[in-house]
Write a protein that binds this ligand. Structure first.
Ligand SMILES: [Mg+2]
Length: 418
């Protein structure tokens, strides 16, 4: 009988990878780059599994180092036990490690896949599809401070950007990320977008910054369009439920149903139609597969959420998207805004709006050590950025519900150190 593997070491490296342009959202901005922490879990037989988590810096690297005290000597196949070891629900009141657990779960699944010679999708039940469809992720953007290009602010720019994305990547579903400008302006922009490609489908996400009444007003105004869903128009299950009573468009969330307690509450007193599963927020790919099964039982819609990913996280989204039968919508990914990646072979490729599910053992991605070093150096030089601040509006606070919108006529460039 084969001997069990043991975890020997855990390493974490924070990187920052440039975006084409700063991405504006309802609660702040991605300041022209993503900050991610890459996790490597090494076993006693020399297999290295990869994980990824949003954010980073010394504190994230230290958190993963501290997990060695729990996990060195642990069998990476015992993933369910690892959940209770580092993220026991009561202990989590003091020390919430859901996202850390997720990154380590990715790495353990990657190890098992490599050890057993199968892709992660086969550990999770086997793939139902070879490629996962993705939606275009259409953000309002500041121009890239270095080149002055890439701005998306006017409705013409929204359409030009969407046309370019469709041509380059083949998307047939288009998501407008909003909550930045006054709702009537964004309604005009969404209507223009939704009439641009007949036959395609559309989704709108103002990141939960509206009042319930504003959500109802907007929701009713888009009822005739080809909507996949209206995502998080308002914050909280009760506001979503009140909106849903008044609006004939499916509502989706990645904000207020992000764990099993909330999913149960939503089943018992439904407020949301479509649950957007995030492999990090839920604590791993397996948690998302379990949640998808509950959604299948109760006939709720499911899609794959993106919290901003590099290739390792994207691989987790692909394996998830491959194995759940009820993937009723295209997945989201910020991925097409990235200029580069830390995986071998560079950025994964889109074809007809889809990305191929990796077939190699494990997650199917390997680190490009040179890129990891380069973007770790870049992180050390630039540091983090405040995701919940807008570089163009110093002193602005993203209150909820918001009444402090950006001005669509304001075309002043922003300065972001780089
Ligand atoms: Mg969202």
């Amino acid at each position: 009988m084969k001997q069990n593997m043991k975890i020997r070491d855990i390493r974490a490296t924070t990187v920052t990878v440039p975006l084409e342009a700063p991405l504006r959202h309802a609660n702040g901005c991605h300041w022209g780059r993503f900050v991610r922490t890459i996790v490597e879990v090494e076993t006693d037989n020399g297999i290295i599994g990869l994980g990824e988590m949003g954010g980073g810096g010394e504190s994230a690297e230290a958190v993963f180092r501290a997990m060695k005290g729990y996990l060195v000597g642990h069998d990476p196949a015992r993933i369910e036990e690892m959940r209770f070891l580092i993220a026991n629900p009561t202990a989590s009141l003091y020390n919430n490690r859901t996202q850390i657990l997720a990154a380590l779960e990715f790495a353990c699944l990657d190890i098992l896949g490599q050890a057993w010679g199968v892709p992660v999708s086969e550990i999770l039940g086997g793939r139902l599809r070879d490629r996962v469809p993705f939606a275009a992720y259409c953000f309002f953007r500041y121009p890239d401070p270095a080149t002055g290009t890439g701005e998306v602010r006017t409705i013409d720019q929204v359409l030009k950007n969407a046309r370019a994305l469709k041509q380059r990547f083949g998307f047939t579903s288009h998501k407008m990320k909003a909550g930045v400008f006054p709702p009537d302006y964004e309604l005009a922009a969404y209507r223009a977008l939704a009439s641009e490609f007949p036959g395609d489908s559309y989704r709108f996400d103002p990141n939960a910054v509206w009042s319930t009444e504003q959500a109802i007003r907007f929701g009713q105004a888009i009822e005739g369009l080809r909507n996949d869903y209206l995502e998080d128009p308002v914050y909280g299950l009760n506001g979503m439920r009140r909106t849903r009573e008044m609006v004939r468009v499916p509502l989706a969330t990645n904000t207020v149903v992000v764990n099993f307690e909330q999913l149960a509450a939503n089943v018992l007193d439904t407020a949301v139609d479509v649950i957007l599963l995030d492999t990090t927020f839920w604590g791993g790919i397996r948690a998302c597969v379990k949640a998808a099964a509950i959604c299948e039982t109760f006939q709720l819609g499911v899609a794959v959420h993106s919290s901003g990913e590099l290739g390792i996280q994207l691989a987790t989204m692909l394996h998830l998207g491959a194995v759940i039968p009820n993937l009723s919508f295209a997945a989201d990914a910020h991925y097409h805004h990235l200029k580069d990646d830390v995986i071998q072979g560079g950025l994964m490729r889109y074809e007809n709006g889809t990305i191929r599910v990796p077939r190699q053992p494990g997650l199917g991605v390997k680190l490009d050590r040179e890129k990891l070093r380069e973007y770790s150096e870049l992180y050390k030089r630039l540091g983090g950025y405040p995701y919940d601040q807008d570089p163009g509006r110093p002193g602005w606070t993203p209150i909820v519900p918001n009444d402090r919108w950006a001005d669509p006529k304001d075309d002043r460039p922003v300065s972001i150190p780089y």
